[in-house]
Design a protein around this ligand. Structure first.
Ligand SMILES: C[S@@+](CC[C@H](N)C(=O)[O-])C[C@H]1O[C@@H](n2cnc3c(N)ncnc32)[C@H](O)[C@@H]1O
Length: 212
């Protein structure tokens, strides 16, 4: 039941983000059983839109909606997929191989197809449901999602002029990237600040004093 509610709140968030875009053009990476695909098609029906979805396995039976084009390929087979994107995108949804460098690779390729004002949503960036003593404890998934979160932050760190970034932390979370300018993306930059400064030392010292 709880799982159901969390899923719904992620889906509600997704629907709200996209429901007022007319003639919406969506590219989805990762279909599986088609939960997100069906949400996107519902919006396409309402808003006269089109959806292209990519999966490495054959998911073509998920829908026979004429607004849908399914491409069976790995989403980094750019020579196959890029020519099929004929219109600028309103939405890029990344939910395929959850590996930070893969997410970066596909984001950097498909970002150029996004309109200014267009949104890229990256699924599974929260590690909180998978940490020690949580019902879904899974250190592998926790680590993967944590690394994806940090990768997105590092990309943002060098592209602050390019896009805005929000995180939604219900369930397994979303990163929501809104394109501001048509600049070329810059390579990610580590997020570094000095922890062992004199001021920080003094602050920590006072914080550790017993309270009266
Ligand atoms: C988490 S599922 C997608 C779930 C779906 N978006 C939803 O919300 O219901 C991930 C899917 O990505 C596919 N996949 C994995 N690696 C891929 C790749 N390199 N290119 C395209 N699809 C991939 C898998 O076959 C799987 O169906």
């Amino acid at each position: 039941m709880r799982h159901h509610n969390i899923l719904n709140s992620k889906h509600e968030f997704l629907k709200k983000k996209i429901s007022n875009i007319n003639n919406i053009q969506i590219l989805e990476l990762g279909v599986a059983q088609g939960n997100s695909t069906k949400i996107f098609l519902e919006i396409c029906d309402l808003n006269n839109g089109n959806l292209i979805s990519v999966d490495i396995i054959d998911c073509s039976q998920v829908s026979n909606n004429s607004r849908w084009e399914f491409i069976k390929a790995s989403d980094d087979e750019f020579d196959i997929i890029n020519p099929k994107i004929k219109k600028p995108l309103d939405i890029l949804f990344i939910d395929s191989l959850h590996e930070p460098n893969h997410v970066k690779k596909v984001f950097f390729n498909y970002y150029k197809f996004l309109k200014v004002g267009g949104i890229c949503i990256i699924d599974d960036v929260s590690w909180l449901p998978y940490v020690v003593n949580k019902k879904k404890e899974n250190s592998y998934v926790a680590m993967t999602n944590y690394n994806t979160f940090n990768k997105v932050l590092e990309i943002y760190n060098s592209n602050i002029e390019n896009f805005s970034l929000e995180f939604f932390f219900e369930g397994s979370g979303y990163a929501v990237i809104t394109k501001k300018e048509n600049f070329k993306l810059l390579e990610e930059k580590k997020v570094i600040f000095k922890k062992k400064t004199f001021k920080n030392f003094v602050k920590n010292f006072y914080l550790k004093l017993p309270k009266k």
